[in-house]
Design a protein around this ligand. Structure first.
Ligand SMILES: [Zn+2]
Length: 340
């Protein structure tokens, strides 16, 4: 293999063997002050691929921030073969406001990639991030959580029709992969389309650091870096069981049949059987209960956290499993009790 290369971005260069913390200007406030995004670039002494880790494209989705920070600042990078580009807070204005979207025009940064220097504020910001720190990479991991008020089990979203993306998704070693191309303008789709295979990781709920999920994601990052040869000290993991859910697979958001207060009987990641009562919805007098049953046997990938619903509000995201996966989960549940 050749020599290790420097990593360059507008206004900076990070030499092999060097780690640099940068506050990179991506926009300006009403007062004309710089909006600066934190970036840590860890360039290994040895040559190898460049991997980015991004979080908080939605400003209130915090779990990934901790994953990216720990990789950047707590891991020993001695012997690293390649470069890590760590962007713990992509959407700075939304992060400061603790909102999902850019507060100014309520625009979704994660529908604004690859960006455009002559367009909206969201697209200008996306353009700066994309061309400086994401497009030059070889592999990407983008961390998200569920939308506020709900929670997700740790799972991957990736385009499993694309062999390069599949390699990243499998190496991440999560139990559940939901396969789709991803929406137009999303970081994952636009990077993957431009030749940087990228996956999204969904983990937990907004506004929290959830330690078991963070630890589990960190193990998976080690596995991805091992797969692509950045770290000799780690190995590629196998998650014990895996199910890939594509468009043909049955999955549904179960929605409330009545308004009221929800008593959820299961947790994210639980297996439920057909006709099991997943939750009950009660009126304030507890005189009337609506029982919400599982329409088929499957896995609860996401569930409600905020227990208040109008009719039609989503209660949980249920995906059907094939028999083999179901048996593997049942066997795993008997032998350990991981928090997914
Ligand atoms: Zn998100």
């Amino acid at each position: 293999m050749g020599k290790a290369e420097p990593f360059t971005y507008d206004g900076g260069i990070v030499a092999p063997g060097e780690t640099r913390n940068v506050r990179y200007t991506v926009s300006e406030t009403y007062l004309g002050d710089a909006v600066r995004m934190p970036v840590t670039i860890v360039n290994g002494e040895r040559p190898g691929p460049t991997v980015f880790l991004t979080a908080a494209a939605h400003g209130d989705e915090l779990n990934g921030i901790e994953v990216v920070r720990e990789v950047a600042h707590e891991w020993d990078h001695e012997g690293l073969a390649g470069t890590l580009v760590c962007l713990p807070v992509l959407n700075v204005p939304a992060f400061l406001a603790q909102e999902r979207y850019l507060p100014i025009y309520d625009r979704d940064l994660n529908r604004s990639f690859p960006g455009d220097p002559d367009s909206t504020s969201a697209k200008r910001m996306a353009h700066e991030i994309f061309r400086n720190f994401l497009a030059p990479c070889d592999v990407g991991l983008d961390f998200h959580t569920s939308t506020r008020g709900r929670t997700n089990m740790l799972h991957v979203r990736a385009d499993m029709e694309d062999p390069e993306v599949t390699r990243v998704a499998n190496a991440f070693a999560s139990n559940v992969i939901i396969s789709s191309e991803g929406p137009s303008g999303s970081l994952r789709r636009e990077l993957s389309d431009s030749g940087v295979p990228t996956i999204t990781i969904e983990m937990g709920e907004a506004h929290r650091f959830q330690r078991p999920l963070i630890d589990s994601a960190l193990e998976s990052v080690r596995s991805v870096l091992a797969e692509f040869g950045l770290r000799d000290s780690d190995t590629v993991r196998w998650p014990g069981w895996r199910t890939v859910i594509d468009d043909s697979g049955e999955k549904t958001w179960i929605r409330a049949d009545s308004g009221g207060l929800v008593d959820m009987h299961y947790d994210r990641g639980d297996l439920v059987y057909e006709d099991d009562v997943i939750c009950t919805i009660a009126n304030p007098f507890k005189t009337e209960n609506t029982l919400m049953r599982a329409p088929f046997t499957g896995l609860l990938v996401g569930i409600l956290e905020n227990p208040l619903v109008y009719p039609g509000n989503p209660l949980c995201h249920l995906v059907r499993l094939d028999d083999r996966t179901q048996r593997a989960i049942e066997w795993n549940r008997r032998t350990n009790d991981d928090d997914w």
